[in-house]
Write a protein that binds this ligand. Sequence first.
Ligand code: AVJ
Ligand code: FE
Length: 441
Amino acid sequence: TAVTDPAALRARALDALETARRRTALLTGCVEEPELTAQHSPLMSPLVWDLAHIGNQEEQWLLRAVAGQEAMRPEIDPLYDAFEHPRAERPRLPLLPPDEARGYAAEVRGRALDVLEKASFAADGDARLTRSGFVFGMIAQHEQQHDETMLITHQLRKGAPVLTAPAPEPLAAPFDGPAEVLVPGGPFTMGTTAEPWALDNERPGHARHVPPFHIDTTPVTNAAYLRFIADGGYDDPRWWAPAGWAMVREHGLRAPLFWRCEAGQWLRRRFGVTEAVPPEEPVLHVSWYEADAYARWAGRRLPTEQEWEKAARHDPATGRSRRYPWGDADPTPEHANLGQRHLRPAPAGSYPRGQSPLGVRQLIGDVWEWTASDFLPYPGFVAYPYREYSEVFFGPDHKVLRGGSFAVDAVACRGTFRNWDYPVRRQIFAGFRTARDGEEV
Ligand code: AVJ
Ligand code: FE
């Protein structure tokens, strides 16, 4: 049942905003000032850009668009418009220095909390506020998405480690469930109309007929991926989409990003630490092309987005789609590896309490999962509140990722949540699982 009590809505919005800001403070407070303005990779913005961009978006979409306030510093809008300047050029812009960026984001937040304090959440008010405080949820999700982006920048950064977190629990016993499950064919409800903080691209809920398919019970592990490498997977054009093969040849790819082989042992660099590649962990930092090639080598394929969501949400007993694989309850640390509690995925087979009705594990958290699908609108899609969130990215250039990673906060993760990126991207926290066609039973 939907929460409608204004005090509860206000408390939930406040918590989401404060959780995001604590994380932003951690990610921008753990390095010296020159590291905030440095370019750690041409793929990423300087951290100080993300910081002020977070404030600027909050100002534009909450203070100006919803609360009707005047622009605080209109001259900085173009600097923090993601469409005006490619990431590689952002270090050379006259950006706000770290102290000013922090001060600006804090001032915007102070005003945002005043708006929240006064919001009535009344049924006859502004739809963006009354839809269960959607604008606050959207702003919190936006900040958390940039926090994940900043965590990627930290992963690309060279130098001594500055972030630490406990390792996930090891498996009590090796996972000995089936390697795959059969999802019966038939209709299911994809997307959502009711989820209050769902973003425009997750809407509306609609029926999809999905033929039967088998899907891996867990994400593909490093051990399995190492077999692909050892079998000459990166040397054999049979497994690769043409553009993927071109990428392998051009860059001499041999393994996931951040891996290297030394004296016959595979090592990886993870937030400044070099360590042996752990065999039981889901593979991370592979492009869509690598995921696609692995699947073909294994005699399988990537799941479509519909298949992924049906595996994650469809309850065969009731025919309903759940919010999460385990049900409708918000995620807890027992369900999934989310929220940067750990700085790595948990071993494949972890989180039995987070499994789907058919027993599929780790659909939520750990690693983003590449799907076979292009990022396209659902039937009945309406851009909200602005075209630049999703609509301008629809088309064949972007592949959909599902399920979230260890770096995703629960506020920006659910069974319907859709992420997208270019198929060459490797620095994102992405892995995959595989699927194959099923039989009608
Ligand atoms: C949904 C992760 C692809 O980071 O480009 C952040 C999210 N949109 N600011 C991105 C987003 C605007 C977006 N992704
Ligand atoms: Fe943004």
